[in-house]
Structures are given as C-alpha cells and as structure tokens.
Design a protein around this ligand. Structure first.
Ligand SMILES: NC(=O)c1ccc[n+]([C@@H]2O[C@H](COP(=O)([O-])OP(=O)(O)OC[C@H]3O[C@@H](n4cnc5c(N)ncnc54)[C@H](O)[C@@H]3O)[C@@H](O)[C@H]2O)c1
Length: 467
C-alpha cells in the first residue's frame, strides 16, 4: 500500500514536471510571426497571370554596371524584341551599352543618365512594354513599383526586394496594375537543374523530401568593382542570408512551392563575421566593430507538406563556387556540386533506355554513362529547343539567355511567366526572415503566405508553352 502511494506520488510529480516543461518549451519555441497585410479591396491574386500578346517586346534597361550590359547583348539575339532605352547613373556606361547595339547593327536607343532619378523618365515613356532592372539591390523595388505604376511589366535582377515591406509593395502593385513582375533568377534554367526538375516531375526520385541550395562564391576579387561599394556596405549593415535566390529558385520549383505546397517555418544561424571586417580594415585602415553579415549563414525551412530545405550563403571565404543543388527523394537523389551525380535504385533504371544498368549500385552514384543517358532521356523541352543558341550567346554558360528568351517568349505568346511575383516574394523574404531568426537566438520564424490564400490553387510547377 505504501509502495503504491509512493509510486502514485512519483508519477504525479513527473507528470507535473513534464507538463510545466512542455509549457515552458512551448512558450519558448513558438515561432515568431510577421504581419501579413490584408489584400487591398477589389484586388485579386496574379497566379497564372496572362496579359495580351505582344508582337514585339519593347524594352528599357536600367543599370549598366557589371551585369546589365550582358543582358543588353543577349537581347540583341532574341527575336521579336526592340531595345528602346538605356539608363545608368553614369553616362559613360550608357555610351558603352550603345556600342553593343551598334555592333549588332541595331538603331541607337534613347539615353538616360547623369541624374539619380533619370530612370523615372525611362519608365514614363509610352513606347516601352517592359523595364529590365539591373542596378544595386536598394533601387530594385522602388524602380519596379514605379515602372508598373506607369503601365510596364518589370523584370528585376536578384534579389528583387530586400525587405518584407518592399516585397508587399511589389505584390500589391502587380495585383493592382495586372502587370508581370518577374525576378531575373537565371539558375532555374541551368542544365543540370532543369533536367533534374524534369526527372523529379516524372517521378524518377519518388516523392521529393528534402532539397538544398546555396550561394557560395568568394567575392574577394569583385568587391572593388561594385558601384559605390554598395554590396560590401549592404553586408556590413545586414545580418542574415541577403542573397538567397540562386539556391531558393531551383529548390522551390522542385518542391512546387505555392503550387500545392508552401514554406511554413525557418530557422537560421550564422558564423561570426571575419573576412568582411578584415577587408574593410585592409582597404581603409579602419577597425569595424559592428560588421553584421556572418561569413557563412545556414537556414533550414520546413514546408506545409513536411518537406525540408537547407539554404546557405557564403561570399567571404575561399571555397569552391557552389550552389549546392541537391534533391533528396524517397527513391532517388540528384546532386550538382562538386560533381554532377544521380543515385537511384537499380530497379528504377529502364534497361531499354539506359546502358550498363547492371553496373548500378544503389548506394553509390550511377556511372557516367548512365548519368549521360538519364540526362539525355530527361532533357527538358526548353533545353532541346534552346541549348545550342544559348551556349553560343552565353551568359553563365547559356542559362541567362534561356531566362531572357523565356521571358520574351511568354510575353509574345500571352502566357503566364515561368516565375511570378510570389516566387519573387518567397525567394527574397529570406533576407529579413533569416535576420529575424538569427537575432532571436535562431528562433523559428513563420513564413507568410504571400499568395494570401492561393498557394494550393495550382498543382505542380509547370512551364507554359504556346499551342
Ligand atoms: N543573376 C546573376 O547571376 C547575377 C550576377 C551578377 C549580378 N547580379 C545582380 O545584378 C545587379 C547588378 O549587379 P552588378 O554586379 O552589375 O552591380 P554594379 O555595381 O556593377 O552595377 C550597378 C549599376 O547600377 C547603376 N545605378 C545605381 N543607381 C542608379 C540609378 N539611380 N539610376 C540608374 N542606374 C543606377 C550604377 O551606376 C551601376 O552601373 C545586382 O542586383 C546583382 O545582385 C545577378
């Protein structure tokens, strides 16, 4: 009897402890929530937005530094386009972009330069369909909003927005004006990524459970060339993954984000900053005590359907370039760095289509021959059509040309673009949300539903084609 009483008391004590621990842990780890502003009255989402077909896509470019002129040159190779206007703060940059047109045998474009607000005049013209923005990050959203307000579609370099406030402004303006707002994320068109996306969509990896992506690129040699030191300044002032889109884009497409699944929560952690402050000290002799951006930032995301993503950012330390791209499926695996490889169960490889299947090892990568055969079998129709020209025109091995070509193709055919304003939002929200997590001891942060209820309307990511 005594023993029974003792056991009951111990049991009760343990239960009380567990409950109060659970309450404490629950209180401690409930995710940080950020506000989702209500959709303005009489406004609808722009999921699968289509706009009237354009026979010729007339473009104006803003921002002609290291990145912009390459886009001008690529557009000279895209059929059905007209380069109407060129703008940069620095007149000499506009002049050298005019030479690209001259070399291609095209007429001179209108020039806008020499004034911080000259780009507004470009947006106000009535003979432009799309404004293509490749300035520093801080100008992107303001320019995008202004261009849409003036009746233009916009294509904005990565990251198109740096804060949630900028993201919501772009979403609200695209919804209000019914204009396309696309982020120029080129990595979704790279050869291994698009082929692997096609494989995933055809079930080769089984249910995709986990994906990885990154921007790992030592920018040591580039820092001195950014206009006005904007990029190092940004890193100095901001903690978190400030350049996440190259990893996020391909990962989100494989997971059908806002096409049947959505990102729910993230947690993020960074290292201390070492090389950023060291660079500034070397350049200016000044000691920087409060440099914000860690040399390496790592983020984990969980989706509504129970999938996970790992995203990394490191532009500071000497490491081989990597966008990490990995797809982990219940029945297979793809990985791009440091070498491109696939891993499948032997039974998944069709002996009629793929040679040497007997050499497969379920625990290792498939052989080079099998990989080649798989990549040929699952080559995406976009690559089938464009690979040859893309490799000739170039731009990161051809993916930049494919991105621009697809944008023009969809506008000319009145099709939804490959990337909409909600993709832009989901890939760019990392900058502010990872900072929030890091600054709160890596606490979980809820990721807003930028579609405001529409994330399950479309099932599966698709590229649109004219009939
Ligand atoms: N997708 C990719 O692979 C890729 C590669 C490189 C850069 N980028 C992106 O491209 C963008 C530009 O980068 P960059 O390396 O060319 O930088 P950059 O510093 O070389 O060029 C920025 C240009 O913007 C111009 N500019 C600044 N304020 C302006 C204003 N008010 N009006 C008009 N022009 C203005 C500057 O004069 C400069 O020429 C960034 O968003 C960057 O992240 C993307």
């Amino acid at each position: 009897m005594k023993r029974l009483l003792l056991n009951t008391l111990i049991g009760l004590a343990l239960l009380t402890c567990q409950t109060s621990f659970a309450q404490k842990t629950k209180a401690k780890f409930s995710p940080i929530k950020v506000e989702t502003p209500a959709r303005p009255a009489n406004q609808q989402d722009v999921i699968q937005l289509v706009t009237p077909k354009l026979e010729t896509v007339r473009v104006g470019f803003i921002g002609l530094g290291m990145r912009g002129p390459g886009a001008v040159e690529r557009w000279t190779h895209i059929p059905g386009t007209q380069i109407v206007a060129l703008c940069d703060l620095l007149p000499e940059r506009v002049e050298s972009a005019q030479k690209i047109l001259e070399k291609a045998g095209l007429p001179k474009a209108a020039s806008y330069a020499g004034d911080e607000k000259a780009w507004k005049k470009l947006c106000e013209r009535d003979d432009i369909d799309i404004v293509y923005i490749a300035t520093d990050w801080k100008h992107h959203a303001e320019m995008g909003v202004y261009a849409m307000e003036h009746g233009k579609h916009v294509a904005i370099e990565v990251p198109a927005a740096m804060t949630l406030d900028e993201i919501w402004k772009l979403i609200n303006t695209s919804e209000k004006t019914r204009k396309h707002c696309m982020q120029l994320e080129n990595c979704v068109y790279d050869f291994f990524e698009l082929t692997s996306l096609n494989m995933a969509q055809q079930g080769v990896f089984g249910e995709v459970l986990h994906v990885e992506g990154a921007y790992i690129h030592n920018l040591e040699d580039f820092w001195p060339y950014y206009w006005n030191n904007w990029r190092m300044d940004y890193n100095q002032l901001h903690r978190g993954d400030v350049y996440a889109t190259h990893g996020m884009g391909p990962a989100c497409q494989v997971l059908n984000i806002h096409r049947g699944d959505r990102m729910k929560t993230l947690v993020s952690m960074d290292t201390k900053p070492v090389n950023g402050p060291a660079y500034i000290k070397k350049k200016t002799g000044k000691e920087v005590k409060d440099f914000q951006n860690g040399d390496q930032t790592s983020t984990l995301i969980r989706t509504e359907n129970g999938k996970t993503m790992l995203i990394q950012h490191n532009v500071m330390t000497p490491r081989p370039y990597s966008r990490m791209y990995q797809v982990v499926g219940a029945d297979g695996y793809a990985s791009k760095y440091p070498i491109e490889e696939y891993c499948l169960r032997p039974s998944q490889v069709d002996s009629n289509d793929v040679p040497n299947h007997e050499k497969l090892n379920a625990h290792g990568s498939v052989s080079e021959d099998v990989k080649k055969a798989l990549m040929a079998k699952y080559k995406d129709p976009i690559h089938k059509e464009l690979e040859e020209t893309a490799k000739k025109v170039g731009g990161h091995g051809g993916m930049d040309y494919i991105m621009d070509y697809r944008l023009v193709y969809c506008l000319r055919n009145g099709l939804p673009l490959d990337m909409d304003v909600y993709d832009l939002a989901e890939w760019c929200c990392m900058a502010e949300l990872t900072r929030l997590s890091i600054e709160n001891g890596s606490a979980p942060v809820e990721i807003p539903d930028f579609t405001r209820g529409g994330w399950n309307k479309v099932q599966g990511y698709k590229h649109a084609f004219a009939e």
